[in-house]
Ligand binder design. Sequence first.
Ligand code: GRF
Length: 201
Amino acid sequence: MKKRIAVLASGRGSNFQAVIEAIAAGRIPATCVALITDNPKAFAIERAGKAGVPVTVLDYTTFASRAEYETALLAAMKKTRADLYVLAGYMRILGPGIVRSFPQKIINIHPALLPSFTGLHGQRQAVEYGVKVSGCTVHFVDENLDCGPIILQKCVPVLQDDDEDALADRILVEEHRCYPEAIRLFCEGRLEITGRTVRIR
Ligand code: GRF
């Protein structure tokens, strides 16, 4: 049975694109039933249009408060009846009400090897810290930032002349492999969470 996945994105949506392409190629047994975005200018909207994915725009700036925005977001998410919610460059923190509504059903990709370099600019933090390897992490979303159980990680070298952009480009190549792979494992029912540990069956 195909799973229903909904993607939340705020920007260029290259990870969203990688997921769309993996589905189209038959590599993920799923249908992408929705793109939800907080940003009416997100390039991800164009990608959704080309792929025939329905779009819901909840322009954050038009809501009176964060609480009102989150109420609308929760309703939009529920309406998709998705089996999995995929955060792909979604630039807001999901409130606890939303996270609790979809336990072990929301995943995120972070451009660093968690638990290092959480929050914004994971690639810049890695360059500034002087680490020799970095990478990306796909993890379940819990109520703490960039903290839920880890599904997959991929490493890349940090080269001595790297700036933030060079490292980000190298990590992004791995993100585009890693995220579809993690989603495939989820959709195949192969992820088993025990405490912080995710086993792949
Ligand atoms: C990626 O680097 C991802 O790891 C982070 O936000 C960026 C999104 O890029 N969470 P894109 O919108 O998927 O191109």
